[in-house]
Design a protein around this ligand. Structure first.
Ligand code: AMP
Length: 187
């Protein structure tokens, strides 16, 4: 059975968000560090991305950031941790996927949504069995889960796929869900 050693976190890059989201990201970063799990993320120093990475690093955790060259300035690459600079977005996404054993989706914008849906679509196609959990405290992702429910009810996605749709409200709960599912999936 493959153990979960690295968790990729997808999350928003915007600084213009409610501080409660930043606080959640910091708590997730610290919890990953406490459990000895490596954080894999997009490499930025901004928004929830930067908050998660700084908190994990400052708590003694291992962090890998993967940043495309054209976003170095815009997303303010965080260089205090191991980081790789790649040439394009596709390479970044593929590397983040390859380096991770599981995924957590914090609140975020279009980029976060795109990354999360891509991982779900690859799972739907049977291309991987790495578990993923959405994490919010305030129901941020509830409309997404309603949409997925609507899609499943419409028959476009089988009922059985509900198992892949995990919604948690505390960092520790999200990490436990990933660890439990890795066992079920016999990774
Ligand atoms: P956002 O959720 O829009 O704040 O973006 C969060 C992160 O996702 C940022 O690091 C973006 O660079 C990244 N991102 C934006 N668009 C995409 C995309 N099409 N594919 C993968 N990542 C993206």
């Amino acid at each position: 059975m493959k153990k979960i050693r690295s968790v990729c976190v997808y999350c928003g890059a915007s600084n213009a968000v409610d501080p409660a989201f930043i606080d959640l990201a910091e708590r997730l970063g610290r919890e990953l560090a406490r459990l000895g799990l490596r954080l894999v993320y997009g490499g930025g120093g901004v928004g929830l991305m930067g908050a998660t990475a700084r908190a994990a690093h400052e708590a003694g955790g291992s962090v890998l950031g993967i940043m495309p060259r054209f976003l170095l300035q815009k997303e303010q690459i965080y260089t205090d941790v191991e980081h790789r600079i790649v040439e394009d977005m596709h390479t970044r996404k593929q590397m983040m996927f390859d380096e991770a054993d599981a995924f957590i989706v914090l609140p975020g914008g279009i980029g976060t949504l795109e990354e999360a849906v891509e991982i779900l679509s690859w799972a739907r196609l049977g291309l991987h069995a790495k578990p993923m959990a959405f994490l919010d405290e305030d129901g941020f992702w509830a409309p997404f889960f309603e949409l997925m429910d609507h899609i499943i009810k419409g028959g476009f996605v089988p009922e059985g796929f509900r198992d892949a749709l995990v919604h948690c409200h505390k960092p520790g709960e999200a990490i436990s869900a990933l660890l439990d599912r890795a066992v079920v999936l016999d990774m």
